[in-house]
Design a protein around this ligand. Structure first.
Ligand SMILES: Nc1nc(=O)c2c([nH]1)NC[C@@H]1CN(c3ccc(C(=O)N[C@@H](CCC(=O)O)C(=O)O)cc3)CN21
Ligand SMILES: O=c1ccn([C@H]2C[C@H](O)[C@@H](COP(=O)(O)O)O2)c(=O)[nH]1
Length: 283
């Protein structure tokens, strides 16, 4: 939690104002942030200086694991986070690849589970990693990437947290996640939960122990309409101790994640937090 607040304070103190053409807003921006999460000791990196809708963040992750491409499927799992980008984004609404209401196109999990080969057929990046890690194999290329420049025009948004690399040292599993662009008040609140939970789940379904998760961020920003709330509300609050994430131990395979898992299979124990802050969202 401290590292999140330090990053926010660093942006407030040292950020540069950068015009963003896509959203038409200015962002206070820093380059480079390195966060880490102790999954081994169950230090769940949830924000305590405001209420975090953590189930929504985990629902997004499960949707990516399932390869969903529809905001309606994300809603059914328990998150509305893709409603705006799929239905309120003018350039995507005008895109001939958009298949209709709620379509997100070929983003995130679609690339992760069904990357199109030029020779025909698709690649399931996640299944390959799960197979290898279950056998104790790390070929130094246990990488799932959603970043496919050849298909950017077929999706509503380029992926922000775009690549995850898993590594094994004996039977301890590590994760390094890369993020090119980070909306620190809104997106990072979710992304840090997702990095943590992705490692915890992958360790659980491959029979390994979780170690550390490393989160590497390039462009970390606060939109101009979020700054006042960050500076004068969130950063004036004292954080509470980290709670713990409990995952249903019956989740044992990738198939389990793909079929019956719901948000009821996750519980956060001992979550103390300050009151909610509603940050503006930029489409
Ligand atoms: N500008 C922007 N920021 C993002 O963080 C972001 C995007 N766009 N587009 C794609 C996804 C969607 N994500 C989102 C979208 C909405 C919330 C959000 O509104 N969060 C609120 C309430 C969440 C709820 O009630 O479930 C929050 O207070 O955290 C968070 C992340 C993260 N990503
Ligand atoms: O998981 C996510 C997804 C998106 N974001 C934020 C980062 C940016 O503010 C926008 C994406 O805009 P680009 O112009 O494509 O960079 O969404 C995030 O923080 N986390």
């Amino acid at each position: 939690m401290r590292q999140y607040l330090d990053l926010c304070q660093n942006i407030v103190d040292n950020g540069h104002w950068i015009e963003n053409e896509r959203t038409g807003k200015r962002c206070l921006t820093v380059i480079n942030a390195d966060l880490q999460y102790d999954v081994k000791n169950n230090q769940f990196p949830i924000i305590t200086t405001r209420k975090s809708y953590w189930k929504s963040a985990i629902a997004e992750l499960i949707g990516y694991i399932r390869g969903y491409d529809s905001a309606a499927d994300f809603r059914a799992l328990g998150t509305k986070t893709w409603d705006m980008n799929s239905n309120d984004n003018q350039s995507w609404l005008a895109n001939p690849h958009r298949k209709g209401e709620d379509d997100m196109g070929r983003v995130y999990g679609v690339q992760g589970r069904r990357w199109q080969k030029t020779s025909g057929g698709t690649i399931d990046q996640l299944a390959k990693i799960v197979d290898n890690l279950s056998k104790g194999v790390d070929d130094r290329g246990e990488i799932i990437t959603f970043y496919n420049p050849g298909e950017f025009d077929m999706g509503c948004l380029r992926p922000c947290m775009h690549t995850h690399t898993f590594s094994l040292l004996g039977d301890t599993l590590y994760l390094t996640s890369y993020q090119r662009s980070c909306d620190v008040p809104l997106g990072l609140n979710f992304n840090q939960i997702q990095v943590y939970t992705f490692l915890a789940l992958m360790a659980q379904i491959t029979g390994n122990k979780p170690g550390m998760a490393y989160h590497k961020i390039i462009n970390a920003h606060i939109y101009e309409d979020q700054l006042d709330l960050m500076k004068n509300e969130q950063l004036t609050r004292e954080p509470f101790p980290s709670p713990q994430l409990k995952i249903n131990p019956k989740i044992k395979t990738l198939k389990d994640l793909e079929t019956w898992v719901t948000m009821d299979d996750f519980e956060v124990v001992g979550y103390q937090h300050h009151e909610a802050i509603k940050y503006p969202f930029s489409v």
